[in-house]
Design a protein. Structure first.
Ligand SMILES: [Zn+2]
Length: 88
């Protein structure tokens, strides 16, 4: 970082939008504060569903509870595997 008047370091270091562009790369425009997308890719105020909205729910496979459950099952399986390895 320099003490130049036009020090853009902090601005350039801000989180970037990861939306996929038409040529296949990431958007790289600055993400809206507190979001992972820029103002043009769904980060605009008021965009997106409100929290706990279930309008687009189809099967719940990716619900927070289901993801946590799968993570716990995997941890248990890993633990059991390590225990069995220790018995050999
Ligand atoms: Zn973007």
């Amino acid at each position: 970082m320099s003490d130049h008047a036009n020090d853009t370091g902090p601005m350039l270091a801000s989180p970037r939008c990861g939306a996929k562009t038409r040529i296949g790369g990431a958007c790289r425009a600055p993400a809206v504060h507190g979001k992972t997308r820029c103002r043009m890719h769904g980060g605009a105020p008021g965009s997106g569903a409100p929290r706990a909205n279930r309008n687009a729910r189809k099967h719940g496979l990716f619900s927070r509870a289901a993801i946590v459950e799968r993570r716990e099952i995997r941890a248990l399986l890993g633990e059991a595997r390590r225990m069995l390895e220790g018995m050999k």
